[in-house]
Design a protein around this ligand. Structure first.
Ligand code: PLP
Length: 366
């Protein structure tokens, strides 16, 4: 029996199931780590920005010093790039930490948050951690039904979360619909627009302009260095909002949440247009390739605007497990109530080909 007076919400908290690390799968299946490819966590198949790697090398001798808790240079650089002021930005240990700031600032017992079915798993986990209730709105064609989400808002609602493109479905709400939603959103509710994959889009809705204009005090955008910049292991994301909102969130941020390596790497990654452009081009070609190959094999997938896709495979857990034995790690989707699907990150052309062979072999379609 546990004698500690544990917070009773702990027992009912859902547990996040991350993509499986290569080493863990290697140990479990007795495979060489170098023989395994991971297409499970929407990581950048081209690796980190080379400029970011060089910048980190340069600051290694200074690691005995605490990082700049205000991340002065990085905020300046980000703000300049976005046409904003540093006061518009808050940095997080991954954008996941920004979600937690939002939780501390706006969620408590009695409060409600509104999310979509098949939403990013961290939103409901943070809400439940804070004792808030989660209202889940049924998806439309695997994506967000914005009108229904708007109708689900009650006087108790404090936050609405929308990821666009969405993870794990890859669905995209068109820019015009997003803008119409954002511009007619109730002022007493925080709208979090999670733009983790925005850099992969050709014509994203320009929500930064709304922040710049100062017309949307209840709008928070979230972005990350984990996806297009290939720095998921460093943990760096950022929130964009009006200065008052950012100042409220800053009150719950730990002073040194962004380490020195992450600050240096991010500055350099922002100058690495070549890496970003190559990543985008590889992704665009990869999505088109997957689309064509899946059609040839008669497999259904959800049209994706991101760097991954959901493929309908029947028994997703079995297919995931069998593909691992071929050295290919994908993501099973049972935890997202999508048990017939696996999620596959777009890899390099060679990784995509290997993943498809493993998939077809496991399905008996090879
Ligand atoms: C990957 C992802 C993030 C980014 O998480 P980090 O904590 O920045 O690594 C945020 N939101 C969504 C929807 C994502 O898919």
């Amino acid at each position: 029996m546990n004698a500690l007076p544990l917070n009773p919400t702990l027992a009912s908290l859902p547990v996040y199931q991350p993509g499986r690390p290569i080493d863990e799968v290697a140990r479990e299946l007795g495979l060489e780590p170098s023989s395994i490819i991971k297409l499970a966590s929407n990581e950048n198949p081209l690796g980190p920005s080379p400029r970011a790697l060089a910048a980190m090398q340069r600051i290694l001798p200074q690691l005995h010093l605490y990082p700049d808790g205000s991340a002065f240079h990085l905020k300046q650089r980000l703000a300049t790039g976005l046409g904003l002021r540093p006061e518009n930005l808050i940095l997080g240990n991954g954008s996941n930490e920004i979600i937690e700031f939002v939780g501390h600032a706006l969620m408590r017992p009695g409060a409600e948050i509104v999310v979509s079915q098949y939403c990013f798993a961290i939103y409901p986990i943070i809400a439940k951690m804070m004792g808030a209730s989660v209202i889940t709105v049924p998806a439309r064609d695997y994506g967000h039904d914005l009108a229904a989400m708007r109708r689900a808002i009650t006087p108790a609602t404090t936050v609405v979360f929308i990821a666009n493109p969405n993870n794990p479905t890859g669905t995209l709400v068109p820019a015009a619909e997003v803008l119409e939603f954002v511009d007619h959103f109730p002022p007493h509710v925080l709208l979090v627009m999670d733009e983790a994959y925005v850099e992969f889009l050709d014509e994203p809705a320009d929500l930064v302009a709304r922040i710049r204009a100062g017309t949307h005090p209840n709008l928070l955008l979230m972005r990350t260095f984990s996806k297009i910049h290939g720095l998921a292991g460093l943990r760096l994301g950022y929130g964009i909002g009006v200065p008052d909102l950012v100042a409220s969130l800053e009150r719950v941020r730990q002073p040194f949440n962004i380490n020195s390596l992450a600050q240096a790497a991010a500055m350099a990654a922002l100058e690495d247009a070549e890496h970003v452009n190559q990543t985008r081009a590889n992704n665009r070609a990869g999505l088109a390739w997957w689309d064509a190959e899946l059609k040839k094999s008669g497999l259904a997938s959800v049209p994706s605007a991101a760097n991954f896709l959901l493929v309908r495979v029947g028994d997703g857990q079995r297919v995931f497990a069998e593909m691992q034995k071929h050295g290919v790690i994908t993501r099973p989707m049972g935890g997202y109530q999508l048990p017939e699907f696996i999620r596959i990150t777009v890899g390099t052309p060679a990784e995509n080909a290997r993943c498809l062979s493993a998939l077809l072999a496991v399905l008996g379609l090879a």
